[in-house]
Write a protein that binds this ligand. Sequence first.
Ligand code: ATP
Length: 276
Amino acid sequence: DTPPVEAPGEAPTASLQDLGGLSEVLRELREQVELPLKRPDLLQKLGLEPTRGVLLVGPPGTGKTLTARALAEELGVSYIALVGPEVIGKYYGEAEARLRGVFEKAAKSAPCIVFIDEIDSLAPDRAKVEGEVEKRLVAQLLSLMDGFAKSQGVIVLAATNRPDHLDPALRRPGRFDREVQFRVPDRDGRLEILQIQTRAMPLQNVDLGAIADLSVGLVGADLKALCQKAAYLALRRQVPSLSAPVPADLHITQADFLQAAQEIRPSVLRSVEVES
Ligand code: ATP
């Protein structure tokens, strides 16, 4: 059973150019992350505490994972990612051992960004959970964060869509004391994401602005699904069988996008809908 951890230094494949509608978020995040990772000596000279943890708060599919990865790539630092629920193992002490392993690895491969997706599953509010396992895990995470005080050049970015479910001790100074909000994109954000997601697509007279107008409530992951759906609709229309050659003028039209837009529901709504 291998831990859900990537080898430190493994080249991330995401780029900041692949992110739409997040310029403000990226500016903020960069400010908090770049100096402590690259010039901890400067901060020390100024008597400043380096950032150790930043919470990335926002609904699923808004680009938190992609951002963490792309930022590591952009800054040229190591990247280790883990997903909260996957860390929790079947055996007593397994999760603690995994977490400790990750933090040790990160310290060795500094400068390093550690990304923890769905941190609420690892560090739920201890006042509200019954299980001893959960309580122990929160305590472990806190002590690992505190242990960082000695090591330099490691920052933990942790994603959650339920910041109020987190143990309050996690938010104290020297732990996750910074927060960046990933919001559902506005019209301009949606347009930027649509442009990114269709970069490699053969569009024919497609008005992405009009699609951005009518896709209120869709997040990045939804918009990606919309673009892919439009491409499949075009394929079905223009390629009658899999043995047919690629048509020279294979293209995607506005009608494909309009139909796709009708079929994609905002994932933010989907999570609160009841099955009928
Ligand atoms: P989760 O909380 O479910 O992990 P997330 O916020 O981390 O979601 P990602 O996993 O990064 O979201 O997004 C899923 C995919 O949707 C990305 O790989 C990317 O292709 C696309 N996507 C999401 N947000 C954006 C964005 N702002 N710009 C461009 N593409 C995006």
